[in-house]
Write a protein that binds this ligand. Sequence first.
Ligand code: UT7
Length: 343
Amino acid sequence: MHPNAAITGWGHYLPERILSNQDLEKMVATSDEWIRTRTGIQERRVAGPSETTSVMCTRAARLALDRAGLFAQDIDLIICATTTPDHLLPGTGCLVQRKLGADNAGAFDLNSACTGFLYALSVASQFIQAGTSRRVLVVAGETLSRFMNYQDRTTCVLFGDGAAAVVLEATEQQAGVLSTVLGARGDAEHILAIEAGGSARPASPDTVAAGEHFVRMQGNEIFKTAIRAMAQSSRQAVQRAGLSMSDIHRVVPHQANSRIIVATQQALKLDDSKLVVNVERYGNTGSTSVPIALAEFLDTGPIHAGDNLLMVAFGGGLTWAAAVVRWADIAQIQGQRATPLAA
Ligand code: UT7
């Protein structure tokens, strides 16, 4: 029988510096009122000079390992979801591996923008179900502030920085990642992009002068697709898990815009009490948004073995993704660690 992939640890990290709507009013032609009514965002975090993506990911990962009761050496794979890596090369996952001292782990990066965490969760769970890995660290981190044009009001008010991680572990329990749904529409790549700095448009004085290394977005185009993609992929993930929406204990949506969250909630006919929302405090933190909200929810709970969580996101690419996770009896998994793992 294939093992399942259960979440046994989680953690998140947010930079201390807060950038409020009032701060932004002094930087661009915007208003607290516009930002709050159009997006629900009140403030976001901005990384300090020494807080790179790998630094924040490592902090979140240490918390996740502590929570799981594991050492870094116990991990055999690290998947780092990021669109804002420290460097083009080496991968940020490798930097996290070194900083953690996860000497027994392979490491790679995965970039699918705001859906990165859910894509990585899907990949990680399949490494575990195939028997290739027993313990996988899925970490997401973004320093989107480094790619913001703070003169462009259509983007700079929306995004923030942060990191979050989960440990996925093999279990024989009927729990863990029950289903995932991944989708993409590459023909819409132009509506959210960082155009320069890659092989198609290498960085040059011209690209820098034109601001092509900043995030550019046609937000209202994404808005229309986002609600449909979030609702459809949610329904598919719940169906693939053999459940109905009423079996879902909590929904953790991508935190891009409270209007998108509410429209998705209405499409899925969800009670307010089922939704985890923190967009007002952190804005859109890219691939990190779902796991930060998840970690905050798990920190405050309550959650019980058998509870079903639905996570859903959309983002650049365009991409969308959803996952259903049944909460496992973590104490039982920890208790069995004394027993040598089956080969
Ligand atoms: O994770 C995936 C990443 N992308 C997203 O999540 C984006 C999804 N889209 C959205 O969240 C919304 O489309 C936005 C919040 C980006 C924009 O809201 P909207 O209601 O779709 O506004 P809009 O783009 O249609 O713009 C309406 C007006 C425009 O002015 P005019 O042309 O009507 O005069 C904009 O220039 O609002 C103006 N505007 C602003 N005004 C004040 C755009 N940004 C701002 C701003 N402050 N920051």
